[in-house]
Design a protein around this ligand. Structure first.
Ligand SMILES: [Zn+2]
Length: 396
């Protein structure tokens, strides 16, 4: 069995599928056209296929010859972003204001490739494989929805190991796989603050309760909090990305509103951030005689690679593609991922794959940029790695 060779024979097909998907990006939990394409691409394979009730997910189970052997889950997310594409690619997005700017079209095609490869070699699988085609990764908790709908028990018994790949349009050189044991990606939470004051004439602030300087003080105090109250080796990132207040320069508004994203890399730091940011904002408001309505929303947990699963994935890359194709990642990424919800429940690993066009990967647009371009020549390797991980993990 030479999966790499088999994948090479599928490569043109997978690239075509990826480019088709690239032209019809859909955002969120409902991706009907994408789902249709995936179902079409899986048609004829010996899979037990089910689709989500509330979301347009696709779950496919491939029965190996193991009877009651282990179950491996392979995951690909399918959703796009509300970004207007500026890559100039000939297969550019045809959906206005939407773009596969995070490469999930490659993930989808790669997972289809793995399903084809493993279907060809079913007799070699000493267990079952669950293919998880997931909508709504970009802040919609698609993985959580699929878990609620039973993806981790899709084979009729619990999944024993889970693997996924994420392509990057910069940072990692083309064709290199990269990952690390332990925390791989940040937890991502939201801080929502409304500072409630009392509006008035801009010339008479002493007769009003001005929420603007108080909210501004919170924004800077949050940065002090991040550097003074957290271990430098277990850091947090706090970025205020929304700030709204007022209508005219000579009017003091009634309230001011801002939102921040809060990233952390351990459960402990995450818990502290949830407590300290909320308290800081409330107490700053109180000390100025105003009130703050503060909400802290937990979004995605830390993505944690189980140490032995990471070692296994790295070893598989080295054996299948060669020593030089695996780059150990020194520090976690500040991005976040809802595959973390799967890895919270099942040991496994998530691996980055360089899909940049640039010679120097640090010089080109990163994922989510309207100019983020992904080289789909890596898609066959993505399919190969997923399939190899399943075969090897299931081997008795
Ligand atoms: Zn992504």
């Amino acid at each position: 069995m030479d999966l790499r060779k088999d994948a090479a024979a599928l490569a043109d097909d997978l690239v075509r599928l990826r480019r088709d998907l690239h032209q019809i990006p859909e955002v969120g939990l409902r991706l009907p056209r994408t789902q249709e394409k995936v179902l079409e691409a899986l048609d004829g394979l010996p899979l037990e296929i089910s689709t989500g009730k509330d979301v347009t997910s696709v779950t496919a189970v491939l029965r190996g010859q193991g009877g009651d052997g282990d179950v491996v889950l392979l995951r690909g997310d399918m959703d796009a972003l509300p970004v207007t594409e500026q890559t100039g690619a000939e297969y550019t997005s045809r959906h206005d204001g939407m773009m596969h700017a995070c490469g999930h079209d490659l993930h989808t095609a790669g997972l289809v490739g793995a399903a084809r490869l493993l279907s060809q070699h079913r007799e070699r699988l000493a267990g079952d494989v669950v293919f998880m085609f997931q909508p709504g990764e970009e802040g919609w908790n698609g993985a959580g929805h699929m878990i609620d709908e039973g993806v981790l028990d899709a084979a009729g018994r619990p999944v024993d190991a889970a693997f996924g790949i994420h392509v990057l349009s910069s940072i990692v050189p083309n064709g290199k796989f990269s990952s690390r044991p332990g925390p791989l990606m940040a937890a991502s939470d939201g801080l929502h603050v409304r500072v409630v004051g009392a509006g008035g004439h801009g010339s008479r602030p002493f007769q009003a309760l001005d929420p603007v300087p108080v909210a501004a003080e919170m924004v800077t105090a949050l940065q002090t909090l991040a550097t003074r109250r957290f271990d430098v080796f277990d850091p947090v990132v706090i970025t205020v990305g929304v700030f709204h207040a007022g209508t005219r320069r000579n009017i003091i508004p009634d309230d001011a509103y801002f939102e921040a994203t809060v990233r952390s890399f351990s459960a402990e730091a995450r818990e502290r951030a949830a407590e300290l940011t909320v308290r800081l904002c409330r107490e700053i408001a109180a000390s100025h005689g105003l009130e703050a309505e503060v909400r802290y929303t937990e979004e995605y947990p830390v993505t944690v690679n189980d140490t032995s699963s990471h070692e296994f994935a790295a070893e598989t890359v080295r054996e299948v593609f060669g020593e030089e194709r695996f780059l150990p990642l020194a520090s976690p990424s500040t991005g976040s991922e809802d595959f973390s919800r799967v890895l919270d429940r099942v040991p496994g690993a998530f691996v980055f794959l360089g899909a940049t066009f640039a010679e120097d990967p640090d010089t080109t647009a990163y994922n989510h940029s309207p100019r983020a371009a992904f080289d789909d020549s890596v898609v066959a390797d993505a399919a190969t790695l997923l399939a190899e991980l399943a075969v090897r993990r299931l081997a008795p």
